[in-house]
Design a protein around this ligand. Structure first.
Ligand code: PHE
Length: 344
């Protein structure tokens, strides 16, 4: 057997093929099911025990030498093939018109998010971000959610750990909390991010979606400031003719709270199927930051006041592009994605 191994090793070293097929035939002859090296391994089983150690080592050397040689030859032949392909390409008809290049496009959600950040950026809102995995305090407690609030239920929130509660944030309001903890007013931030809710996936709901939330805190910030800021946003996003209306609402972290509608940009307020013949489309929640929230985050609520607002990016994108099925934003179907050009 030792002799056989020696012969095969020499054969491997001397092997100098010209074509890929020769290398492949060599591989089969050596390492294939009925190959010479494989056959040796079968014989090895019957070899006397005292020889097994040295024989085994020699055989392993043979096997790795063979594998290495084959890999090296294949790599070299591949390189040769490439350079000859280049050479023949040089002989091609250079007057032939080039094929069209496909330029990539941004995902519609990124386009809309970037546009929102840009609109608020121009009026002094600085971007801020925070973690997607949060604790109960930043998502609920600091935001004035009472202990028995339904959002704290497993049915609405994805919990990662219980006691202490670690969860996937259900809204980007947790970023506000982190900003307020680390900064004193004046604060003017715009916070984009992914959020998670335990919802059945349908055309109008998804368990992952995107929000952008704004927060402005300073001395003498009033509801009128909130209204003007949002009106400015609506006009920039949906067109100069846009109007807004505010309906009273409730959020634990704002008081008073409101839900904001924008006049339907498709029918100009006259009524159409998209706005369900009301002339209005809901775009966000907003309100004056509850003093309890300011205090929980270490801000003097007697000196400072502020407003906050939060919107769903998918919702704005839906209104902007007239896409009715939310799921399309998550499927990454190129036929869908290729339709998007930047929002102006
Ligand atoms: N966080 C709220 C939500 O997820 C939105 C909101 C933000 C409302 C800020 C008011 C103020 O629905």
């Amino acid at each position: 057997m030792t002799e056989k191994i020696e012969t095969l090793l020499n054969e491997v070293a001397a092997f100098a093929p010209k074509t890929w097929d020769e290398v492949e035939a060599f591989r089969i002859r050596m390492l294939g099911k009925k190959g010479a090296v494989t056959a040796l391994f079968d014989q090895f089983k019957a070899a006397p025990a005292e020889q097994k150690r040295t024989l085994g080592q020699a055989m392993n050397r043979l096997k790795s030498a063979t594998v290495e040689k084959i890999n090296e030859l294949k790599a070299r032949l591949e390189e040769l093939a490439l350079s000859s392909a280049e050479a023949s390409a040089a002989a091609l008809d250079m007057t032939r018109p080039a094929g069209a290049d496909r330029v990539g496009s941004r995902h519609p959600i990124s386009l809309v998010r970037n546009r929102i950040l840009e609109i608020f950026g121009r009026i002094g809102f600085v971007p801020a971000e925070g973690p997607e995995i949060e604790d109960d305090w930043h998502v609920f407690t600091a935001l004035n959610f009472p202990p028995e609030h339904p959002a704290r239920d497993m049915q609405d929130t994805f919990f990662i750990e219980k006691d202490p509660d670690i969860l996937l944030r259900t809204h980007t309001s947790s970023i506000q909390v982190r900003v307020m903890q680390s900064q004193q007013p004046p604060i003017r931030v715009i916070c984009p991010g992914r959020v998670f809710r335990n919802e059945a996936i349908s055309y109008r709901a998804h368990c992952i979606f995107h929000q952008v939330e704004g927060l402005y805190i300073d001395e003498n910030v009033s509801f009128a400031d909130l209204k003007q800021t949002i009106l400015h946003f609506a006009k920039e996003m949906f067109g100069e003719k846009s109007e807004i209306r505010m309906r009273p609402s409730y959020f634990p972290f704002t008081e008073p709270s409101t839900e904001v509608d924008v006049s339907c940009n498709l029918c100009g307020g006259k009524g159409c199927p998209v706005c369900k013949y009301t002339g209005w489309l809901e775009i966000m929640g907003a309100g004056m930051v509850d003093p309890n929230v300011l205090e929980a985050c270490g801000i003097d609520s007697k000196r400072y006041s502020g407003f906050a607002f939060g919107m769903g990016v998918e919702r704005i994108a839906m209104l902007k592009y007239g896409v009715k099925d939310l799921r399309l934003y998550f499927e990454n179907d190129l036929r869908f994605l290729r339709q998007f050009t930047p929002v102006i």
